[in-house]
Design a binder for this molecule. Structure first.
Ligand code: MN
Length: 743
């Protein structure tokens, strides 16, 4: 299948898996298949170094297997981690080939990668939280750490600017996160490598001095540990003893934060004694031996064996004074304690770390992971339970989104683009008409996800909509919207009342409050405030109320059924009383059916025509009005002019029905609001002419910033067809609203 070279590489990887992955039996088929898949997917790609691209995912999987060993799934996902981002294969291909679990991890790693590509690195703490909020499975993070580590190891091949950016990102985001996850070795290497690229001069200076002093340091350590070694051998202990300098970046940080010179701190190092024993009390005995040889500093004694750190870290720490008066830190622990500290997921938690990183949530979670692992070996826990414990649930009550300029906004989970708009500015929220998430138009109530880039589309004349209150979640959006509607209502009430008062005065109507309330009640207003508010928006109801008030004073009073009709008509609801009422009017014009006589526009000898204010089409609820000279004008029942027609003379309004075979050409208008992008009009007209084979009479478009508003006049057959066309347009991407045009 592939060359000997890759055969050998795969064997090495499988061997690393067998030697290091302990949590479950290694599925070698899975790892081999992932290797084969990655090799094929990346076959045409090269790294910046000129090597075949596969060398990168391969090395990343090696790091996962050797340095952060967890399970075979993470090794497989490591091999595949760049496939979706860099090759033609999709996440669905991975899912089909390797199942949901591997696919989810690859997907998570791909998403996190995308975050850093486009944005400035500000608000470092927020970035850390954002990454954690996007990570539902701990293995995503492990792969990101391994990926980062290999990229830094091979950073020399990238341009200077990319080197700096990646080094900074690593130092500020990934290294502290690696530390939180207890990966002390990974963190140390990430720090030193980043530092090397961020401040080459300082790095070289410290590295050179360390080298210069190495002989001196080694000599000192050798002399210091000699009597300890002898005593331990005498006591028949099996042990490993090492003394190592601090890593370069931590020396640099000490120079900076403690304001010391290199010579004052170069020899700061820890001597570590690892005992090959199952008996933890041996550690105390060894401490006793050491403190007989050198004087211990009592306040520096730490017993993390009886009182482990929250993540389970165990060791004895003590500081001893050498014969020359130099202070040396000594750590004493068993082999098992050491393994956990170096490689265990939860190990080295907070070990000598600044206090501000103490996040209770992570600690608790770390503890639960540790418990699971410990129980896994003891109680033979199922792998499903083990997998559950990989699920990270941190910071998922917050989401982190960007503006197109890369500004980060933190929102509660469930927040929508509209919340985002109000978060930017009240005015942006108020004028919001649409939104793009990661470049795609979405509805305003779509829940956002961490890492989304959100672009808000505004229109100068747009105003908040009533239903907004129902789906926004942030306090700011809610209160801004409420404030707007309250003040709008106040203004409308004032305006409505002013118009009403003026008209009442002009008509010289007298009525008491009781009359007024009765009339309002009859036309279904709950309060005079509601009536004035609506009147502020639309004066039509004022005339209706005035007429009703006037009629009250007439004798005979207006028939109550008729009042209802007037009111109901506005709601475009037909009731039985309506029919009763029009009976008289219909006596003269019985049997008006609008049918296929469209060309003649005459029916039973009576002329008719369609009102241009509302352009009725077959299927609409319609009504006729007997005009003085033009026969019957046919209106839609919800045409706003109907009220006025009633006011002129209710007797001239007649019921009209469409005949069964209504045919011909009718005028249908559609109002469209959408995103102003090239080709969108073309798409609309294509959609219509292709799907419906009808004539477009006119098309009128106005661009406003990012959007357009247009009216489309069509020759249609009936309402059903018009509605189908509207649905089709609405389904098209880039369209915010398409609706029947009523003006
Ligand atoms: Mn990668």
């Amino acid at each position: 299948m592939f060359s000997n070279y890759y055969r050998k590489k795969l064997d090495e990887l499988l061997a690393a898996c067998r030697n290091n992955l302990s949590s479950r039996k290694v599925n070698e088929n899975l790892v081999s298949n992932a290797f084969r898949f990655a090799l094929e997917a990346h076959k045409n790609d090269k790294r910046a170094s000129g090597e075949p691209y596969i060398s990168h995912p391969y090395e990343v999987s090696m790091i996962v297997a050797k340095e952060i060993p967890l399970d075979d799934i993470s090794v497989a996902a490591a091999l595949l981690h760049d496939v979706v981002e860099d090759t033609k294969f999709t996440i669905n291909d991975i899912k089909a080939e390797f199942g949901d679990e591997v696919a989810e991890i690859v997907d998570g790693a791909t998403q996190i990668e995308g975050i850093f590509e486009n944005y400035e690195l500000k608000q470092v703490e927020s970035y850390k939280k954002m990454i954690l909020s996007m990570t539902s499975d701990i293995r995503v993070m492990l792969i990101k750490f391994a990926d980062r580590l290999h990229n830094l190891r091979t950073l020399e091949f990238l341009s200077d600017s990319r080197q700096l950016r990646m080094a900074q990102e690593t130092l500020e985001i990934y290294a502290p996160l690696a530390h939180r996850f207890g990966l002390s070795n990974v963190k140390t290497e990430l720090e030193d490598l980043s530092f090397k690229y961020l401040d080459k001069k300082a790095y070289d200076e410290i590295a050179n001095k360390l080298k210069e002093k190495k002989r001196e340091r080694d000599k000192f350590i050798k002399k210091f540990v000699e009597p300890i070694k002898d005593a331990l051998n005498e006591g028949n202990y099996k042990f490993e003893l090492s003394g190592r300098a601090k890593h370069i970046y931590s020396i640099y940080r000490k120079i900076k934060t403690r304001d010391k010179t290199f010579d004052e701190i170069y020899d700061l190092f820890a001597v570590r004694i690892i005992l090959d024993t199952d008996n933890k009390y041996d550690c105390f005995a060894v401490y006793g031996i050491c403190s007989q040889i050198y004087i211990p500093i009592p306040e520096r004694f730490k017993n993390y064996i009886s009182l482990p750190k929250q993540n389970g870290y165990q060791s004895i720490h003590t500081t001893l004074m050498s014969k020359e008066g130099k202070l040396v830190e000594v750590q004493i622990r068993t082999r098992e304690m050491h393994e956990i500290a170096e490689k265990g997921i939860a190990a080295h938690w907070k070990y000598k770390e600044n206090v501000h990183l103490n996040d209770k949530k992570i600690e608790d979670w770390m503890k639960s992971i540790r418990d699971t692992f410990e129980n896994a070996s003891r109680d033979d826990i199922t792998s499903k339970q083990l997998i559950e414990s990989f699920k990270l649930n941190l910071f998922q009550d917050e989401i982190y989104c960007f503006t197109p300029k890369g500004e980060l906004k933190i929102l509660p989970s469930g927040a929508t683009p509209l919340d985002f708009a109000f978060e930017i500015h009240t005015e942006v929220g108020m004028r919001c008409i649409g939104a793009k998430v990661n470049g795609r138009i979405v509805t305003l109530d779509t829940p956002l996800k961490s890492g989304n880039q959100v672009e808000i589309i505004t229109s100068k004349n747009s105003k908040p909509k009533r239903d907004w209150e129902k789906f926004v979640v942030t306090h700011k959006a809610k209160s801004d919207i409420r404030k707007y509607f309250n003040s709008e209502r106040r203004e409308l009430i004032a305006k409505g009342k002013e118009i009403f008062d003026k008209k009442v005065k002009k008509q010289k109507i007298h009525f008491d409050e009781d009359d007024f309330n009765k009339v309002l009640h009859k036309i279904k207003f709950k309060s005079s405030q509601d009536f004035f508010c609506e009147s502020g928006r639309d004066e039509n109801k004022i005339d209706l109320v005035i007429k009703l008030l006037l009629d009250r004073n007439k004798i005979p009073q207006i028939d109550s059924a008729q009042e209802t009709i007037l009111a109901e008509n506005i709601e475009a609801e037909t009731e039985v009383t309506f029919d009763k009422y029009v009976k008289d009017a219909r006596a003269a014009t019985t049997g008006i059916f609008i049918g296929n006589g469209a060309t003649e526009k005459e029916m039973d000898g009576i002329k008719y025509d369609f009102a241009q204010c509302c352009n009725p089409i077959p299927g609409d609820d319609v009504i006729g009005f007997i005009t003085q000279t033009e026969g019957i004008k046919i209106h839609r029942k919800n045409c706003k002019n109907i009220v006025n027609l009633f006011l002129i003379d209710p007797q001239r309004v007649v019921e009209i029905n469409w005949g069964d075979s209504s045919a011909g050409e009718f005028t249908g208008g559609i109002k469209i609001i959408g995103e102003d992008k090239p080709g969108i009009l073309n798409e609309i007209t294509k959609t219509i002419s292709k799907s419906f084979k009808i004539n477009i009479k006119s098309l009128n478009i106005n661009s406003k910033g990012n959007m357009f508003e247009g009216t489309l006049i069509l020759a249609v057959e009936n309402l059903k067809q018009l509605n189908a066309i509207i649905d089709k347009i609405n389904a098209q991407s880039g369209i915010f609203i398409a609706e029947r045009f009523n003006g």
